[in-house]
Design a protein around this ligand. Structure first.
Ligand code: SF4
Ligand code: SF4
Length: 462
């Protein structure tokens, strides 16, 4: 029997908007804005200049370090600018703007046809790295790094995270019904690299058609087990999923590899399959455009760099005035104020929510009801973490209240009757501690750290 994790919440799923909608290919836009930061780690370095002609799939920005990722052109056309543009998570970022030439021409050599079984593990890892594959559940950690655990960490379990526990989002749900071949190939490629004894595919039980599809798809692979999970948020958080499926607990400050596990998301496996067997870089993704203010919500296969407004217009535009636009899901996503921002590799959804769908209201002081403590899946005291962050006592939050264990799932905020911005205070405290650690390492000046701390507080308060 499947065990549950402690805490968690049951928000309204609101997946009915798009759960039965087949994935549609979004039109190639007139222009794409492709930021050089679309992943965790160092930004990529532009390789093209204004005026250059580029082809689809061409490398246009090179990985900037060990933890970084390549960036490729998602359309063919002319580079009309390399400069600062609004970014969904970083405020403003260097981006390469390409004007569509209407030809949609691939760079020579793509697509190709390969069989992963003819490649060795290091060749496969190099292909994944070259093609800019990153975690597509939102975390955007470079996949080649995640698939290269330290030699002393024996990986015996691979988990395909197909929980998709965020409300509204159905991109992975539909992919499991429509892209089984690519998911199967992706699983086999990851298993060839990691050689785990077991693979679990964890899917919340609010997606019975996906569970059926995956069970059929993997019925002849004995060490792959499709597991139906209770629908409870944040079932898809890595630590919760590992606990539920294996009984193992990732230690505080540790990584899944510390307990012999690697987790990948559905979209990432599709990108791995495209890269390894077709030579296609990560230039498109499946994203859900949904919410009560969208005329015709859809699951879209959309080119990286397409603007939020182009994607929303393809869904019929707004039927009502949205009171909130979110990148990602409503629990962990980012509120956005500008629809000219581009869809980047980590954009699992674009939500346009009406007043009835938003838990709005002014923040008030904590009434010590304890609901956030009951909801926290990490066993933290969110109330105290919020108060400490609010009062700049971020060191105490880290040293005495395990700040760094917070997975920023938002369960505490969801359950708080005082509408406290708990996660914002937590992000602020984490940013301040991180900057102080850098100062200790003499990496940046105290003045710069102070400015960054202010920026972090501002960004989490938007
Ligand atoms: S404190 Fe962190 S881990 Fe706990 S519920 Fe809040 S956001 Fe989630
Ligand atoms: S749920 Fe909100 S009001 Fe209740 S203890 Fe937590 S922070 Fe305070």
């Amino acid at each position: 029997m499947i065990k549950s994790f402690r805490g968690g919440v049951h928000p309204n799923g609101n997946k009915v908007y798009t759960s039965d909608k087949s994935i549609e290919i979004a039109p190639v836009p007139d222009k794409v804005i492709i930021p050089v930061r679309q992943h965790i780690g160092a930004p990529a370095s532009p390789l093209v200049e204004k005026g250059d002609e580029v082809k689809k799939g061409q490398l246009i920005a090179a990985s900037g370090g060990f933890i970084s990722s390549n960036i490729h052109a998602s359309i063919s056309g002319k580079v009309i600018d390399v400069g600062n543009y609004p970014h969904p998570t970083f405020g403003v970022c260097t981006a390469i703007v390409i004007e569509n030439d209407g030809k949609d021409e691939w760079i020579e050599g793509i697509p190709t046809t390969r069989n992963f079984e003819d490649l060795n593990e290091s060749d496969i890892l190099e292909i994944i790295k070259e093609n800019g594959v990153v975690g597509m559940g939102g975390a955007t950690f470079p996949t080649h790094v995640k698939l290269s655990p330290p030699k002393d960490k024996k990986i015996d379990v691979f988990i395909l995270n197909a929980a998709e526990c965020e409300p509204y989002l159905t991109a992975d749900h539909r992919a499991m019904i429509e892209y089984q071949d690519k998911i199967t190939t992706g699983v086999k490629i990851v298993m060839k690299i990691l050689k785990p004894e077991k693979c679990y595919i964890g899917i919340e039980n609010n997606k019975p058609d996906s569970i059926k599809s995956m069970k059929q798809t993997f019925s002849d692979i004995s060490n792959v087990q499709v597991v139906s999970l209770p629908t409870k948020y944040p079932q898809g958080a890595e630590k919760m999923l590992i606990k539920v499926l294996t009984g193992r607990e990732v230690p505080s400050g540790g990584l899944p590899a510390d307990v012999g596990v690697v987790v990948q998301n559905v979209g990432t496996l599709i990108a791995i399959s495209d890269a390894v067997e077709r030579g296609i870089p990560l230039i498109q993704r499946i994203t859900t455009v949904s919410g009560g203010a969208i005329n015709s919500p859809k699951n879209l296969l959309v080119r990286i760099g397409t603007s939020f407004s182009d994607a929303i217009n393809f869904c019929g535009g707004f039927s009502k005035d949205p009171v909130k636009i979110i990148m990602g899901g409503p629990m962990m996503g980012f509120a956005e104020s500008n629809l000219d921002i581009p869809i980047i590799k980590g954009v699992s959804g674009i939500l346009a929510l009406t007043k009835n769908e938003v838990n709005s209201g002014r923040e008030s002081p904590c009434i010590r009801c304890g609901r956030c403590i009951q909801a926290c899946p990490m066993g933290l005291n969110p109330s105290m973490l919020s108060i400490l962050g609010q009062n700049d006592l971020y060191k105490e939050a880290k040293d005495e209240y395990n700040l760094l264990d917070c997975v920023e799932c938002g369960s505490c905020v969801y359950s708080c009757p005082a509408k406290r911005n708990i996660v914002q205070y937590i992000k602020y405290s984490k940013a301040k501690n991180a900057e102080e650690a850098k100062i200790l390492n003499n990496k940046i000046s105290a003045k710069e750290a102070d400015t960054k701390g202010v920026e972090a507080k501002t960004s989490v308060e938007k």
